[in-house]
Design a protein around this ligand. Structure first.
Ligand code: M6R
Length: 620
């Protein structure tokens, strides 16, 4: 969603801000803008559409060189993606400029108040109200150091909803001020220069030294005096310092046509990095960062896994593994529903929240609800320093490196691996598995990076198949047991990237309705469990393939090497290496990622930034 960049320092702010916006493009946006302070005045430019449109405007009408600037990529909420609604928004008197991410819920009341005072609004956004209020508060604040921050605190105390606001004032060429409530913002500290970003991608090309801002805090950055952080009441607080462990190269395409292709290719390494340092020499789990005591872990009698989209699918798979290994009941729920149905939670409930970005608002709200109900919260997260891990009781980072493509790939596989680690760790602590059972599964986990690399090496026929599917109107996905969430994930990837109608089904549900949609030539992708899986699930899926084929489906079958039972019924056969049943989603998902990516590319679509989508969804 919206990308925010701020800069103050010796470099040309125009270049730094535009470069930061380019690095945040992956978040998804539909307009962009920039403002700088030079010669005691604010100058700005903004344009609907991609950054290239803004750059064209800037080429025709350049902004003055400056050492302070703010920039924004907007994902429309209040008001369409037009030039007028793009950020920054300037106050009516031109004294301050504001950029914003989030939703100001009481903007209608505040707007009416400003209009009553004679202010004419130039956009339909909720943000503009913050610009006018800030100018008024700035006027009223005592002159001298800290004036803009003082005004920002006054405004924040009046705002309801979620927001990150960054402001600059015409009269303050060395000062940037920002505030955050339930919306992301990080500060980068360079050598005599400072950066603000929605995430660290905005500035990792310049510095890896960062500061986390807490909830309801205001940061004032003065080029000469440095950084001051306060709460909304003005009390000073110490921000948490951290070093970003991603490098700039990790956020580049590195020769691939799409970030998604690069991120698919990085999966063996990403999984290895998730496992790194967490598997002991005796085949035991070492999860020191799970800051819950052994007794607290033994007391858990129920687990909820709460997440959105692809991360939710990781949770669905986790349920099979965690229940099987620990015998603790696990419920999995989409975060946007969780708190509204009043789930039964208490001190012995563990809520596992999964989020690649660590900023998904629905997941964050579910986390806060769980904490309000006294449950313990463990986050599985990729982005260091983000809000979800910061507010959780414990965190297991996936260490997958930056995921830039909107479609989650390495994020998903590493979430799965982290879930396996949590399940096994609980089994180990609670003594429900013999040590040799745990170490046997640990050995299987260690083999995953190689298995994933093997699948990736054999993807050319899948790409060829994808090209032949590019004109399909509907593609169905079937699976049983852990193959069912994989089917859901395959369908989600196809929908979001190729805009093709796709649905995932539990294969056994097919005959209860969905089979009616199968027509001559309908592509049906079937994830077949291992022939060694429990209670003849394999045989049942083979029967399901025959059922759909008998009704004209074109069958695309993903099956283990050596599984000959599927051969007569597969129009296309994709082989994956032998993998233990519960870990199989790590390998069976890969052809589905490649398929969706290649179909979208064949259809001429933007693989990394599909229409209407944002990488991290920071509004409810
Ligand atoms: O950052 P998160 O893992 O919390 O994001 C959750 C979903 O928004 C995300 O997985 C989304 O479904 C992806 N676009 C799927 O590829």
């Amino acid at each position: 969603m919206c990308g925010i960049v701020g800069y103050v320092g010796p470099q040309d702010a125009r270049d730094v801000v535009l470069e930061g916006l380019r690095r945040l493009e992956y978040r998804g946006y539909d307009s962009a803008g920039i403002a700088v302070v030079a010669d005691g005045a604010l100058s700005s430019a903004k344009k609907a559409g991609k950054l290239a449109n803004l750059e064209k405007v800037l080429a025709e009408r350049p902004l003055p060189a400056a050492t302070i600037g703010i920039g924004h990529t907007r994902w429309a909420t209040h008001g369409g993606p037009t030039d007028r609604n793009a950020h920054p928004h300037l106050s009516a008197d031109g004294s301050v400029a504001v950029i914003h991410n989030g939703i100001i819920e009481n903007f209608a009341v505040l707007r009416a108040e400003c209009e009553k005072d004679g202010i004419e609004f130039t956009s339909e956004t909720d943000t503009e109200v913050a610009a006018h209020l800030l100018a008024r508060a700035y006027d009223a604040a005592p002159e001298g150091e800290g004036r803009l921050a003082d005004a920002m605190r006054t405004v924040c105390r009046r705002l309801e909803g979620a927001f990150t606001l960054v402001a600059t004032a015409a009269a303050e060429p060395d000062t940037l001020v920002a505030a955050r409530r339930s919306s992301p913002l990080v500060v980068g500290i360079g050598d005599g220069e400072y950066f603000l970003g929605s995430d660290v991608a905005a500035f990792i090309a310049h510095t890896r030294e960062a500061r986390e801002l807490g909830q309801d805090q205001v940061v004032e950055i003065d080029r000469h005096r440095g950084l001051t952080v306060t709460d909304f009441a003005g009390a000073e607080v110490e921000p948490t310092a951290y070093t970003v462990d991603w490098d700039a190269a990790a956020a580049e395409k590195g020769g691939y046509d799409w970030f998604m292709l690069k991120e698919i290719a990085e999966q063996p390494q990403a999984i290895a990095d998730t496992l790194l340092g967490r598997l002991g020499v005796r085949g035991e789990l070492v999860l020191d960062e799970v800051r819950l005591s052994d007794q607290e872990l033994r007391d858990i009698d129920k687990i909820f896994v709460v997440a959105c989209g692809t991360a939710y699918h990781a949770g669905l798979i986790a349920k099979y593994a965690i229940e099987h290994w620990t015998r603790i009941p696990v419920e999995v729920e989409v975060a946007s529903e969780f708190r509204y149905r009043d789930p039964v939670l208490d001190r012995s409930t563990l809520v596992v929240v999964i989020s690649q970005s660590g900023e998904t608002m629905d997941t964050l709200m579910a986390l806060r609800h769980a904490k309000d109900q006294n449950a313990r919260v463990l986050a599985i997260c990729n982005a260091n320093g983000s809000t979800i891990p910061r507010e959780s009781d414990a965190v297991l980072y996936t260490h997958a490196g930056p995921e830039v493509a909107v479609a989650s790939t390495k994020g998903f596989l590493t979430q799965l691996v982290a879930c396996y680690l949590v399940g096994l760790f609980l089994a180990q602590i609670r003594g429900v598995k013999y040590e040799d059972e745990v170490s046997a599964i640990v050995a299987d986990l260690r083999r995953l990076p190689e298995a994933v690399a093997q699948v990736l090496a054999g993807m050319e026929p899948v790409r060829e198949l994808a090209r032949s599917l590019a004109d399909a109107n509907t593609i169905l996905f079937l699976g049983r047991h852990v193959g069912f969430p994989v089917a859901l994930e395959g369908a989600l990837k196809l929908k979001e990237l190729a805009y093709i109608h796709a649905e995932g089904f539990a294969a056994g549900e097919l005959k209860h309705g969905p089979i009616a949609v199968i027509d001559q030539g309908t592509p049906v992708i079937v994830i077949v469990p291992s022939p060694r899986s429990r209670e003849s699930v394999h045989g049942k899926v083979v029967s399901n393939i025959q059922e759909v084929r008998a009704r004209g489906a074109r069958t695309i079958v993903i099956a283990e090497e050596g599984d000959e039972d599927v051969v007569p019924y597969a129009d296309h056969l994709i082989r994956i290496p032998r993998t233990p049943t519960l870990l199989a989603p790590v390998v069976t998902t890969i052809p589905l990622q490649v398929l969706a990516c290649e179909i979208a590319d064949t259809r001429g679509l933007d693989v990394d930034q599909p229409r209407n989508l944002a990488k991290s969804v920071t509004v409810e």
